[in-house]
Design a protein around this ligand. Structure first.
Ligand SMILES: N[C@@H](CC1=CC(=O)C(=O)C=C1)C(=O)O
Length: 296
């Protein structure tokens, strides 16, 4: 089950309990739980260079409206995550060779952003995060705008390659890292949010709750892009100098061998659909007959 589904299920369970205990609010909570979707944080918004991360994403306490309209101060679930039952035994520390700072993932009992390089930090350093994020925000916004400046008559599969990946797959004169791709912009946000902390390291980033607000925004940008460039897509390969080439997974994955061919209908392990098979790239496209706004 995907995390979005399990959070949706828990929200519905809680909504049922709340309505059972507060009959005068019948119809309110269950409806809200059914409508619940993962929220996004638009880190390319024009206010970000000035305001940085909004307080609801880092304050340790937040005010919520509970049943019966009662205001309540609670621990903010978006500010960090504490491992339930201790740190998993296969976590290991990571060192940033440029700064020399160590992220003590095997010791840290909760997630951090910009932690000091110690096994026992006193907390996240949101002041450092804010400074870095505000300084980087204009460039991020510029790079997002450029993602929407493709010409109308590009080679569809090459345009998809340029847009999507930080390492271009199609044949080029030289190899390069495409920081302007959606993945490249996404990488920058990981590093700006993490500093010496979870969001900077792929194996640990998903433990920081902010990961999901970041990724929902990446999904949102992808959906907008698909809507703008309906013809640009990976297809079953790309053409270069009149020859057809396949897309491949150069270094494999845990489920794919080196140089395995990638096709739009190939499996995206480990993500399963409700029917038990694996999601495919075609199925994960946002633009289809039911999508909104309608494409006719
Ligand atoms: N490793 C990426 C940044 C990054 C990407 C991720 O997907 C992640 O989860 C954590 C960090 C880079 O150096 O640019």
């Amino acid at each position: 089950m995907l995390i979005e589904q399990s959070i949706g299920n828990i929200a519905e369970q809680l909504a049922h309990e709340i309505e059972a205990n507060n009959p005068h609010e019948n119809g309110v909570w269950i409806k809200a739980a059914k409508e619940l979707r993962f929220p996004y944080w638009d880190w390319a918004d024009k206010d970000v260079p000035e305001n940085g991360l909004p307080p609801v994403l880092y304050k340790e306490k937040v005010e919520i409206v509970a049943a019966g309209g009662k205001k309540q101060i609670v621990g903010n679930p978006l500010s960090f995550f504490s491992y339930v039952g201790g740190v998993p035994s296969d976590f290991s520390d990571e060192k940033d060779d440029t700064t020399g700072q160590v992220a003590y993932f095997s010791k840290w009992q909760k997630t951090y952003r910009y932690a000091y390089s110690t096994p026992d930090p006193e907390g996240s350093h949101i002041d450092l995060l804010q400074k870095a994020f505000k300084a980087g925000a204009k460039d991020l916004r510029r790079r997002v705008a450029l993602l929407f400046a493709f010409n109308d008559d590009e080679n569809p599969a090459i345009a998809w390659d340029d847009f999507s990946n930080h390492t271009a797959e199609s044949k080029r004169e030289i190899d390069f890292v495409n920081r302007g791709s959606l993945e490249g912009v996404h990488d920058t946000v990981h590093l700006l949010l993490g500093g010496n902390g979870h969001m900077s390291y792929p194996d640990y980033a998903g433990f920081d709750p902010i990961f999901f607000l970041h990724h929902s925004n990446v999904d949102r940008l992808l959906a907008l892009w698909e809507w703008c460039y309906t013809e640009y897509w990976m297809e079953s390969g790309y053409e270069h100098d009149g020859e057809q080439y396949p897309w491949t997974q150069a270094r494999g994955t845990y489920a794919q061998v080196y140089n395995e061919q990638l096709l739009p209908d190939g499996p995206l392990q480990p993500f399963r659909t409700g029917q038990g098979g694996y999601w495919t790239s075609s199925q994960a496209r946002f633009l289809h007959e039911q999508s909104y706004p309608k494409c006719t």
